[in-house]
Design a protein around this ligand. Structure first.
Ligand code: ZN
Ligand code: ZN
Length: 255
């Protein structure tokens, strides 16, 4: 078994659960504890089932609920040194933390966790590739642009969760203040649909079983804009889903 599900995806909160026969862990948690418990229970899980929580960076929609959940689950938190430091030592009181090196793979419970350095306006942000029994799954959200290093790392994947944050025109013509438009649309902000589609076209291959478009902006994007891009850039054999803020997405199995 190698599968994943999202409890929520977007700027109001992110939480992804990855499960194998030997391990269950969460990547990010931007939700309150009661909300997480409820969403986990809908997937027949409870906080105590989590072996660890990995945090990609210190923005509230990714870290907001992590410390409380870690205390409730009595499990350790893994993040880069910069992410841990950005939150301050007090934040992690009564939580066991382990600093990840963003350039070094980490073997844990039969899994290999391979951080991927991404350009995003946080202290030491990472995306994550998870390898298990010859299958590779990557979760890539919160980045302002694709680096050649990232494109290389996404070749030959079996599953990919990729940010499709905004439609450039909707962002630029929308109601955000100009400073926020510049931040979101900048090279350390978030991926536009066009940038994400470009990454996807290079990552697409016959081995790519499933793609989930994630972290869609509720103000500046629409699944109707993303859907045709997935169709255009993926082989017909690749399953495709679009994550949303309220529901995330259901379990997706990697064969
Ligand atoms: Zn985010
Ligand atoms: Zn972020």
């Amino acid at each position: 078994m190698f599968r994943f599900t999202s409890l929520s995806s977007g700027s109001q909160g992110n939480a992804l659960v990855v499960q194998t026969l030997d391990a269950t862990f969460m990547v990010d948690c931007g939700l309150g504890l009661r909300d997480v418990e409820e969403r986990l229970s809908r997937r027949q899980l409870a906080p105590c089932d989590l072996d660890f929580i990995l945090v990609t960076h210190e923005h509230g929609d990714h870290v907001g609920g992590v410390a409380k959940l870690a205390r409730a689950a009595d499990c350790p938190v893994l993040a880069s040194h910069g992410t841990l430091a950005a939150m301050g030592a007090d934040h992690w009181k009564n939580v066991t933390t382990h600093a990840l090196c963003p350039h070094r793979p980490l073997g844990l419970q039969g899994l290999q966790l391979n951080p991927i350095v991404v350009p995003h306006d946080a202290r030491e942000p990472i995306a994550l590739e998870v390898a298990f029994k010859g299958r590779r799954f990557a979760m890539v959200t919160d980045l302002g642009c694709a680096t050649s290093y990232l494109r290389e790392r996404l070749k030959g994947l079996d599953a990919l969760v990729l940010e499709f944050n905004h439609d450039r025109d909707m962002l630029m013509n929308g109601t955000y203040p100009s400073s926020l438009k510049a931040r979101v649309g900048g090279s350390s902000g978030h991926l536009s649909n066009k940038e994400a589609a470009d990454i996807l076209s290079q990552a697409a291959s016959d081995s790519l079983q499933v793609v989930v478009a994630a972290h869609l902006s509720q103000q500046n994007n629409s699944p109707d804009l993303v859907e045709p891009l997935l169709t255009r850039h993926l082989p017909a054999s690749t399953q495709r889903f679009i994550a949303n803020q309220d529901e995330g997405f259901d379990w997706v199995a990697i064969q």
